[in-house]
Design a protein around this ligand. Structure first.
Ligand SMILES: *Cc1c(COP(=O)(O)O)cnc(C)c1O
Length: 469
C-alpha cells in the first residue's frame, strides 16, 4: 500500500515510512492512494470473529508490503489482549435500536487506547527491524498523553516526552501519566497553557537540531496508523447489529475529526453506513461547516468535554481532499487561504454531496449535563460528557428509527467527574479495578518553565533511555 499527501507535492510513502512520518513535507496529511474495498460476502463472513482477528482482516491491506501477516497477527493479539473487557468494544443498548459502543475498556479508559496501544507496538516492531531509535514529543490536555505513554511504555526503541500544562489537567488525567514509570518515559509539566505545550512540539518538529540526528515521531491524531486502527470498530459494531445486510448509523463525539473520519473510511471500504453524525461541543467549527458550509476559526472555549475543545480539526483536511476529487493543488490553495485567516466555503454541489452522509449538532455544557441526567434516569447508565454529546446529537439528528443508531462511547465517566457532578445524578464514581489505587501511587514528573530551549535541553539530556542523546 502506498500513501499520498493531501496537498499533492510530497513523495508517496509506504506504510512503514508513513508510520514514522508526521505531516507530509508539503504540509499535507497522508492518506492511502487506493482504499481497499471488501465485498458484502467477505464482510458477512467476519461475523463472530474475535476483535483482533477482525482487526487483522480490516487492516491487513493497509500494511501489506511492510509487515508480514504472521507478525501483524501477533501484534494485534497483544494489542487487544490488554483490554479489560473480553468483548474489547461491547455494545450496550440504551433505547429502542439505540446503542453505545463502549470504547473505554483500554488501559487509560478512553477510545484513544485502541489506536495508541497499536501504534506503540507497530513503532517498536518497525524500529527493531531497522535498528533505529526515535523520540516522541507530544502535547496533551488530557487523554492523548496517558494513552501514548501506556502505548509506548514497553517500547525498547522509543523515548517518549509528554508535555502537559502544569496544574491545568484533571487529577485523574495527570496521575494516569505521572504514575507510569520507565527509563524511557518522561512527563514534563510546563508552566503555561496547552497552547504553549503544543507550540513547543510544533517548533521542535520545525528545528530538530537539538535531537542530534535522532528521528522525531508524532503521535497526535494526524498519524495515519491511529486512523487506521479506528476503522475496525465500525465493522465490529455493524456486524453485531445485522450488518452488512442491514445498514447502521453512527454518532461520533468529535474534536479533531479523526474518529469520525475512520467511520467515513469504513463506509468507503464497503460497510453499509446510513448516516454519520458529527457531535461537537461549543467549539463547533465542524457543525458550522456541516450546517452552513462555513469553515471559519473562532475563539476557543473551555467546556465540560475538554477532549473536544479545539478551534480547528486537523483531520478534516483528509475529508476535504476527497470532497475535491483528491486534487492536491486545489486543497493546498484552500488550506492556504484558511491559514491567511480567511476561512472558506466549498462549492455548493460538493457540500450537498457531503451532507448526504453527514449531519451535525453542537451541544453546550447545560445540554450535556441534561443528557447525562436523562440517560441515567432512563437506563441507569452513567455517560461521560463526550459520549453524552454523542447521544444528544444522535437523538436530534437521527433520520430513521428503523436503522440502528450507534453512539461511540469515547470515555469512561470516572475521567470527567466535574460533568457528572454537575449533572446531579448522585452516583459515586469508582475507578475500575486496574486503577483502583491510582490516588495512592507515587508520581514522577518534571516541572519546567515555559521556555522552548529548556524543554529541548531536557529532551537531549534524557532522550536515550534517560541518558543524553
Ligand atoms: C480525543 C477524544 C475525542 C475526539 O476525537 P477526535 O478523533 O479528535 O475527533 C472525543 N472524546 C474523547 C473522550 C476523546 O478523548
Amino acid at each position: 500500500m502506498r500513501y499520498i499527501s493531501t496537498r499533492g507535492q510530497a513523495p508517496a510513502l509506504n506504510f512503514e515510512d508513513v508510520l514514522l512520518a508526521g505531516l507530509a513535507t508539503d504540509g499535507g496529511l497522508y492518506v492511502p492512494e487506493n482504499l481497499p474495498r471488501f465485498t458484502q460476502e467477505e464482510i458477512a463472513s467476519w461475523a463472530g470473529l474475535p476483535y483482533h482477528e477482525l482487526a487483522f482482516r480490516v487492516m491487513r491491506p493497509f500494511v501489506t508490503g511492510s509487515i508480514p501477516d504472521a507478525d501483524f497477527k501477533k501484534i494485534l493479539e497483544e494489542t487487544y489482549g490488554v483490554f479489560s473487557h473480553s468483548a474489547i468494544a461491547p455494545l450496550r443498548q440504551l433505547n429502542g435500536n439505540e446503542w453505545v459502543l463502549e470504547l473505554f475498556h483500554g488501559p487509560t479508559l478512553a477510545f484513544k487506547d485502541f489506536a495508541l496501544q497499536l501504534l506503540g507496538r507497530l513503532l517498536d516492531y518497525v524500529l527493531e527491524k531497522r535498528g533505529e531509535r526515535v523520540v516522541i514529543i507530544g502535547a496533551t490536555s488530557g487523554d492523548t498523553g496517558s494513552a501514548a505513554i501506556e502505548g509506548c511504555k514497553h517500547c525498547e526503541n522509543v523515548d517518549i516526552f509528554i508535555l502537559h500544562p502544569h496544574k491545568r489537567v484533571s487529577q485523574v488525567q495527570r496521575r494516569q501519566m505521572t504514575t507510569i514509570f520507565g527509563e524511557n518515559i518522561h512527563n514534563i509539566a510546563i508552566e503555561g497553557n496547552f497552547d504553549d505545550c503544543q507550540e513547543m512540539v510544533k517548533n521542535s518538529f520545525a528545528d530538530q537540531s537539538f535531537l542530534k540526528g535522532t528521528r522525531l515521531v508524532a503521535v497526535n491524531s494526524i498519524n495515519w496508523a491511529r486512523i487506521m486502527a479506528q476503522i475496525v470498530y465500525y465493522f465490529h459494531a455493524a456486524l453485531q447489529l445485522g450488518g452488512p445486510a442491514r445498514s447502521v448509523s453512527f454518532s461520533v463525539p468529535t474534536g479533531n475529526f479523526g474518529d469520525i473520519f475512520a467511520g467515513y473510511l469504513a463506509r468507503n471500504m464497503g460497510l453499509p453506513i446510513n448516516q454519520l453524525i458529527v457531535a461537537t461541543n461549543r467549539n463547533d467549527i465542524l457543525h458550522r461547516f456541516m450546517s452552513g458550509n462555513q469553515y471559519v476559526k473562532e475563539t476557543l472555549h473551555a467546556t465540560l468535554s475538554p477532549s473536544m475543545d479545539i478551534m480547528v480539526s486537523s483531520n478534516f483536511e483528509r475529508l476535504l481532499f476527497d470532497m475535491h476529487g483528491r486534487n492536491g493543488a486545489a486543497l493546498a490553495g484552500l488550506m492556504d487561504s484558511f491559514k491567511q485567516g480567511g476561512g472558506f466555503s466549498v462549492e455548493q454541489e460538493r457540500w450537498t454531496e457531503t451532507r448526504k452522509l453527514f449531519d451535525s449538532l453542537a451541544v453546550d455544557d447545560a445540554q450535556t449535563c441534561e443528557t447525562i441526567a436523562e440517560v441515567y434516569a432512563q437506563t441507569g447508565e452513567l455517560l461521560d460528557p463526550h459520549t453524552a454529546i454523542g447521544v444528544k446529537a444522535a437523538r436530534e439528528c437521527r433520520r430513521s428509527l428503523d436503522i440502528p443508531m450507534v453512539i461511540l462511547g469515547t470515555a469512561h465517566p470516572v475521567k470527567f467527574p466535574e460533568a457528572v457532578e454537575k449533572a446531579g445524578v448522585g452516583k459515586a464514581l469508582e475507578l475500575p479495578e486496574h486503577l483502583a489505587d491510582l490516588f495512592e501511587r507515587e508520581e514522577r514528573c518534571t516541572v519546567l518553565a515555559n521556555d522552548l530551549k529548556a524543554v529541548q535541553a531536557f529532551v537531549s539530556q534524557h532522550g536515550n533511555r534517560g541518558k543524553p542523546l
